[in-house]
Write a protein that binds this ligand. Structure first.
Ligand code: MTE
Ligand code: MO
Length: 546
């Protein structure tokens, strides 16, 4: 991409000069609009140039650790600046895929703008560097705003994007115009066509290869290898417990959630567009605020203290009735109260306010950490160091509280503070200050067992810290019938349940309700996730065909 303007066609120098003339005069002369009326080729050129511009920036961010990805910075800025209802919409529409959806959105919008840029640049060459420069400034502003990157390092990426995008666009437009000219010999038009096709193909190749290579290279900067070196206290792997219940019918009901959710299928919800890569060698956790003495602890110290295991079901407040933003894991960590006692909590420290490395915060009443529930600074999840997406090197796991008030990932600081003087990230964005998990039941499957006349209806139910004592189903608005229950790992985890139904051929519907350990039946009142968790009975349709 070195030739900035026209492909040189030596034997037709005159015509080329003439074309260049037409172009340079066109912006001030409305009557020449027809000559450069936007064509498909102009738009295609712009789309390809935009792709090359984005790709060049991504490539640089892969080569140099400090150069941020502009797409990531813009994505993070979109998340941070979006009004809360929009973020909520993103989570409810895309769930765990909200980040890929946002990244695709940013790229698609950039490419569409590129199409417009191609048309505008065909009329006036300087539009390309000016407009690309303006977009680069948006990227730069986003990078400066991004807490995880140092903004200045985005400048080389911005310059690369502007230069690569402008060069590509000018080159392709020149070829496109030559190709489309009417008053030149056919051979020249053919040459223009050839150049346009080859140039487009090369640009397209670069637009795809640059970011792919960049993303690939940037994997070098991940903390995956540091994570792989972590040696956790050897504990009974969760599989041991799972094996112990393998004799349960639950284990062979197809479609039923496993008792433990594997790390790879555990839902992921957070506001971090890029997973924070925290070097455990330099990371520390601070406990401060209303305490007798501040405590600062290294990762190695934390790991050596982490011998407490707890099976805890974690749920997102955004989970809709029947939704997948819930999972059960075996967590390994240090009881939060051990660390708090070391610091010495003072009476005014009635809120445990925590902060992650990327600035996300949340808080819950200090009394809850002391009421006997599992409350861990966790370093392990299902027998492995915390996956990076789930908070490596350390996170909070507090049984019975939705994640948005309690489960800080990439934990960096715990501040003991007054309940009223600090609000976590989601509180001013329309969510309740307190977030106890509501009793819920989900139907995972309602399907005919092959070769039988039985329809297996099965799922999970949870009411962490209260436990589940009963699950009931109602078929076709009929009376409630009790299901079988799987093992209760603890009162802080979900329980599997299942029921063998037989009945008339045709389509049916089934609703579920759970009763918690205190005897309280889950409410059938329908409530949306905001402001403090969805309620209502999950209901599905199924058909039985004999
Ligand atoms: N740093 C950080 N921690 C966070 C969040 C976040 O946005 N940033 N989201 C919370 C929310 S809303 C939930 S539901 C849980 C989800 O934890 P998981 O992604 O491990 O399932 O993390 C919590 N911890
Ligand atoms: Mo959440």
């Amino acid at each position: 991409m070195t030739s900035p303007r026209f492909p040189t066609i030596t034997y037709m120098a005159d015509t080329t000069a003439e074309l260049a003339d037409t172009n340079s005069s066109s912006p001030d002369d409305a009557s020449t609009d027809e000559v450069v009326a936007p064509t498909m080729a102009h738009r295609v050129s712009g789309v390809i140039a935009a792709g090359v511009a984005l790709g060049a920036a991504e490539l640089l961010s892969g080569v140099f650790e400090r150069i941020p990805s502009l797409v990531e910075s813009v994505g993070q800025a979109v998340i941070n600046l979006s009004p809360a209802p929009m973020v909520r919409f993103g989570i409810s529409a895309f769930g765990t895929n909200d980040k890929p959806a946002l990244a695709i959105g940013i790229v698609v919008i950039s490419l569409l703008l590129g199409g417009m840029l191609g048309a505008a640049t065909a009329k006036r060459r300087m539009v390309a560097p000016v407009a690309l420069g303006a977009f680069a400034l948006v990227g730069l502003a986003a990078a400066v705003y991004d807490t995880l990157t140092s903004g200045g390092w985005a400048i080389p990426a911005c310059l690369a994007a502007v230069a690569a995008g402008t060069a590509t666009l000018w080159w392709l437009l020149a070829a496109a115009e030559l190709r489309a000219s009417t008053d030149i010999p056919a051979a020249v038009a053919a040459e223009g066509r050839r150049r346009f096709v080859l140039g487009s193909a090369a640009g397209l190749g670069a637009a795809v290869a640059f970011p792919v290579i960049g993303r690939q290279l940037s994997n070098r900067f991940s903390v995956e290898s540091a994570r792989a070196d972590v040696e956790l206290a050897t504990t009974a792997a969760p599989q041991a417990a799972a094996v112990a219940v393998a004799v349960d019918p639950a284990s062979d009901i197809e479609g039923l959630s496993t008792l433990y959710t594997s790390n790879s299928s555990f839902y992921r919800i957070d506001t971090a567009f890029t997973t924070p890569q925290v070097d455990p060698a330099t990371w520390t956790l601070k406990i401060e605020g209303a305490v007798d003495q501040e405590v600062e602890i290294t990762f190695d110290e934390l790991v050596s203290m982490a011998t407490t295991e707890a099976d805890v079901t974690l749920s997102c407040v955004s989970n809709r009735v029947g939704g997948g933003l819930v999972g059960n894991a075996q967590w390994l960590g240090v009881p939060l109260t051990d660390l708090l006692d070391e610091a010495g909590v003072q009476p005014e420290g009635n809120q445990i306010f925590s902060r992650s490395v990327d600035g996300w915060t949340c808080g819950f009443p200090t009394s809850l950490a002391y009421d006997g529930r599992s409350a861990l600074v966790a370093v392990g999840m299902n027998g492995e160091p915390l996956p990076v997406a789930h908070g490596f090197p350390a996170r909070l796991v507090i049984a019975g509280l939705y994640g948005y008030v309690s489960a800080t990932k990439w934990l960096e600081r715990i501040t003991l503070t007054d309940w009223d003087s600090n609000d976590g990230y989601w509180i001013p964005r329309g969510w309740s200050k307190e977030g106890p998990i509501k009793t819920q039941a989900r139907i995972d499957t309602a399907s005919q067992r092959s070769g039988t006349d039985i329809v297996s209806v099965a799922g999970v139910a949870w009411a962490p810290t209260r436990g589940i004592s009963k699950v009931e189903l109602s078929f076709d608005q009929g009376p409630w019938v009790e299901t079988e229950l799987g093992p209760a790992l603890s009162e802080e985890t979900w329980r599997q349940w299942w029921y063998d139904w037989t009945g008339a051929i045709g389509s049916h519907e089934v609703r579920v309700r759970a009763t918690d350990g205190t005897g309280a039946v889950q409410t059938s009142e329908v409530q949306q996730p905001a402001p403090n968790g969805a309620t209502g009975n999950h209901e599905v349709q199924f058909s039985y065909n004999a």
